[in-house]
Design a protein around this ligand. Structure first.
Ligand code: SF4
Length: 156
């Protein structure tokens, strides 16, 4: 699949869950191969994944999405060291950890994407939701160089 994808020397390779369902050693091999190809063909790679550890390992920038909308967009170090969006924080908090008594979960359910919630799509599950969150989608606010967050709380 990779050979076919790069046969035309694309400027951008979109890899949607490229190592899902593979065992750990094979995952590492495929990721190393993608990284080598990225350098060799001078192409950008857009990795779509639910695996936060994978994103931390190989991405330069992370765009966190919820229900089809961007929640937060930042350099990978910022996403993991100083997340600002409640969904990003909840995602990181729900990462399984050795020795933890309980697995933290994000309350509520995934929304119906045919008829998504009004306003901020995360509001039915957000513990910090304000009145405006139920009515208007928050605009992107730049918090620092390259760090954008779509949340009414961040608007001050
Ligand atoms: S905009 Fe409101 S509901 Fe959405 S994440 Fe921010 S505080 Fe929560």
């Amino acid at each position: 699949m990779l050979a076919m994808a790069i046969a035309g020397h694309p400027a951008l390779l979109i890899a949607d869950e490229p190592v899902a369902a593979l065992d750990a050693p094979l995952q590492a091999q495929i990721l190393e191969l993608i990284d080598n190809l990225r350098g060799r063909f001078d192409m950008a790679v857009l990795l779509i994944t639910h695996n936060l550890a994978l994103a931390a390992q190989i991405c330069d920038r992370v765009v966190v999405m919820y229900a089809g909308k961007v929640a937060e967009n930042a350099p990978v170090e910022t996403i993991f060291a100083a997340p600002e969006h409640p969904y990003t924080r909840a995602l990181l908090a729900s990462t399984p950890r050795l020795g933890a008594d309980r697995l933290q979960v994000i309350g509520g359910s995934v929304p119906d994407l045919v008829n998504p919630p009004a306003g901020c799509r995360f509001h039915p599950r957000c513990p910090h939701a304000l009145g405006i969150c139920r009515k208007e989608a928050p605009p992107a606010l730049q918090l620092s160089e390259g760090h954008l967050v779509n949340c009414w709380l961040a608007q001050g």
